[in-house]
Design a protein around this ligand. Structure first.
Ligand code: ADP
Length: 399
């Protein structure tokens, strides 16, 4: 069975085609600057060098056509026609409370996603564009939606309710939803396999440009650090993470900012970028800190402290922890950040292994043998999980 996984952004489209008999990627690609001058497509297939083309891509419909042409091209394609694709799985960021697992895309699902645009203004309309383009360009291929917020829907209300007047929950569905759910689910499932049991307490740390943690008990999320939007939680590349909400009106008044400007400030100009003044990419901040930049050093200290704080909070909420997992760009690759975080975990019975930690991008235990609480690096693979969900759903429909 061949499953195509799509991740549509407002001006981009990422695709991966999986052979689900082997779970290997047959081909993948990235289309950028859709509807913007200078559109490009980067297409990869095992055994050939990356292909990079510049061509005008006016909208998501043309992007899907371009992807189809790349996948079926006699020189660098991997299939002869789209008939060889059994289903398409779409990644969607926000599903509100409507999506608790993968589901088939029909008009009702698309309408529901559109109705959630206010909660994910950049992501959901783009995903819908990708779905509409597929309906038009590759009709007849079943499509599923796998939503990033879905995995967090098991949270108890004690975790997802804010201390705001209840009427806002009723009127505007204001509550914690969380993000990166597909990634947390992927690494938590793998961690349970490594532990050899499902009844376990895991804290998953997805640390990337956007970062979030999740507290997971017996495969179900109990709490997660992102909130109504991805702004909440730990300090991120350009997002503040949690801070005193009174500062919103305070800064707006002092600086004479509109709500849109304030939103821009806390989403795009804060975090590692705002603190360090160096940049949002952790590697640049680490480099600057090494060269003696004290603000860069401070930004890293704040990042580490916010992660450590959430791990502590979640260990308490779970009333113990069996394993802590690091994933995503920073979690998988940054030796110094993992070291700095793990130096605060001995009280949990986690015996950190400095030497094992000297690695990047591979699945590995980085606690010492016999450590009561295990620490793992588990590379995330959201696309594979979307492909697995899609396969399962399509197969169940055939029965
Ligand atoms: P997102 O998907 O949220 O854009 P990623 O998961 O790709 O982000 O993570 C990006 C972050 O990971 C950046 O801050 C980057 O500096 C960091 N990162 C990526 N590779 C490495 C590496 N080899 N060493 C240290 N940090 C890395």
């Amino acid at each position: 069975m061949n499953i195509l996984v799509l991740n549509s952004g407002s001006s981009s489209l990422k695709y991966q085609l999986f052979d689900m008999n082997t779970e290997q990627v047959m081909a993948s690609g990235y289309i950028e600057k859709i509807g913007i001058p200078g559109s490009t497509i980067t297409h990869k297939r095992p055994g050939i060098d990356k292909i990079f083309l510049e061509q005008d891509i006016a909208d998501h419909g043309v992007a899907i056509e371009t992807m189809v042409a790349a996948l079926t091209s006699p020189e660098h394609g991997v299939i002869q026609s789209m008939k060889e694709i059994d289903a398409v799985g779409h990644r969607v960021v926000h599903g509100g409370t409507a999506f608790i697992k993968a589901c088939l895309i029909d008009e009702q699902a698309i309408n529901t996603l559109e109705s959630l645009t206010e909660m994910a203004p950049l992501h959901n309309p783009a995903a819908v564009k990708g779905m509409r383009a597929c309906q038009e360009k590759i009709p007849g291929v079943p499509m599923t939606v796998v939503v990033d917020t879905a995995f967090h829907q098991t949270m108890p209300r004690s975790s997802y309710m804010y201390g705001l007047p209840y009427e806002y929950y009723e009127k505007y569905q204001i509550r914690r939803y969380g993000c990166h759910g597909t990634s947390h689910r992927f690494v938590a499932q793998r961690c349970a396999e490594l532990l050899g049991r499902q009844d376990c307490k895991i804290i998953t740390c997805h640390l990337g440009n956007g970062s979030s943690l999740a507290a997971i008990k017996n495969g179900e999320v109990q709490d997660t650090s992102m909130g109504f939007t991805p702004l909440a939680g730990v300090v991120m590349g350009t997002r503040t993470g949690d801070f005193d909400p009174s500062l919103v009106p305070y800064i707006m008044e002092k600086e004479n900012l509109t709500p849109a400007q304030m939103s821009d400030l806390i989403n795009k100009k804060s975090g590692l970028l705002g603190l360090s003044g160096v940049g949002s990419d952790l590697r640049d901040v680490v480099e600057a800190a090494k060269n003696g930049n004290d603000r860069a050093k401070m930004a890293l200290e704040v990042f580490v402290t916010t992660v450590v704080r959430f791990i502590g909070a979640y260990a308490a909420e779970l009333n113990g922890v069996d394993a802590i997992v690091f994933t995503a760009g920073i979690g998988e690759n940054s030796v110094p950040m993992r070291r700095a975080i793990c130096q605060h975990l001995s009280y949990l019975g986690a015996d950190f292994d400095e030497e094992a930690n000297e690695c990047a991008g591979e699945e590995k235990e980085i606690s010492k043998p016999g450590s009561k609480t295990k620490i793992y690096i588990i590379p995330t693979n959201e696309e594979l999980l979307i492909a697995r969900d899609t396969k399962e759903l399509v197969e169940s429909l055939k029965k």
